[in-house]
Design a protein around this ligand. Structure first.
Ligand SMILES: CC(C)(COP(=O)(O)OP(=O)(O)OC[C@H]1O[C@@H](n2cnc3c(N)ncnc32)[C@H](O)[C@@H]1OP(=O)(O)O)[C@@H](O)C(=O)NCCC(=O)NCCS
Length: 252
């Protein structure tokens, strides 16, 4: 469930004709809970290897979510590049970050994907890198150990000052913001999680506070996304000035 305030004031129904300028950051949210009839149509836009991947999931429900997330990514990207979704080809960086392989698009359109629970989130930009992360919040079994292994010293100090009732929010603030950063630079967990600091305290703005050992990244921007009480989400984009728009995808 999304909160009413975001439904009405933040997330818009996407126009069919999309334009994307260098300053734009387009964030899309998608429900992964799609009816069987929709899934059957979406299946048609997947490549043969994506269809095989769907079939290999141990639990059918996980396969369905991958199917919907990947197929709708194709549908959305197809609108930006004015191509049929099934004609898009994905390549993968050495660290596994997907990119559009079709000639001429590789350097221009950047995107990133995250999924958790019943939600997928996509970030789309032009000529600048982007990372997104969404997490469905859940109780943590060994919070102290988790915090020690993924938070930097600065983040651990801030987390330590948060009152107990806000710890879960603070933890997932940190998690999604850190994940969005490593996904933006594309290195995943190969980039040390303690080599940069993000804000974690609930109620304060999402911020990239410092980065060590990645020249240029100090100038990147971070923001949090509100998706209702169950989820935390964030995006990180290359460069300072940008104009975000938030779209809800409806399949029809
Ligand atoms: C793969 C990883 C990039 C994200 O994984 P994740 O958080 O489990 O999953 P998400 O749903 O947010 O993201 C998965 C998507 O990221 C994209 N992705 C994969 N490798 C990527 C990379 N190196 N950089 C950016 N995006 C990447 C893919 O599109 C993938 O979706 P797909 O397989 O459906 O195409 C990596 O960071 C990872 O393994 N993280 C583990 C989570 C963790 O321990 N985080 C610590 C807290 S910061």
């Amino acid at each position: 469930m999304y909160s009413q305030i975001n439904e009405t004031t933040l997330w818009q129904t996407a126009p069919r004709q999309i334009t994307l300028n260098d300053a734009d950051v387009h964030i899309w949210r998608v429900s992964l809970n799609q009816p069987e009839a929709t899934r059957q149509k979406l299946w048609q836009v997947l490549s043969a290897d994506e269809q095989q991947k769907v079939s290999r999931f141990m639990f059918a429900a996980d396969g369905h979510k991958y199917l919907v997330a990947r197929a709708i990514l194709r549908v959305i990207l197809g609108r930006y590049v004015e191509m049929s979704p099934d004609m898009l080809q994905f390549g993968y960086s050495d660290y596994g970050k997907p990119y559009l392989q079709n000639e001429k698009l590789t350097q221009t359109i950047h995107f990133n994907v995250s999924h958790s629970g019943d939600l997928a989130l996509y970030g789309i930009t032009k000529n600048r890198r982007i990372g997104v992360d969404v997490e469905q919040m859940r109780p943590l079994v060994d919070e102290a150990q988790f915090v020690k292994s993924i938070f930097s010293a600065v983040e651990q100090q801030a987390f330590g000052r948060v009152r107990p009732s806000q710890k879960q929010d603070a933890f997932f603030n940190g998690w999604t913001r850190k994940e969005a950063f490593i996904k933006a630079i594309g290195m995943g967990l190969s980039f040390p999680l303690t080599a940069f600091d993000v804000s974690v305290v609930p109620g304060l703005p999402a911020q990239l506070l410092g980065v060590r050992g990645a020249p240029g990244c100090q100038e990147w921007s971070m923001d949090a996304l509100t998706l209702g009480p169950e989820y935390k989400a964030a995006y990180v984009v290359e460069g300072r000035q940008h104009q975000p728009s938030y779209f809800t995808f409806a399949y029809n």
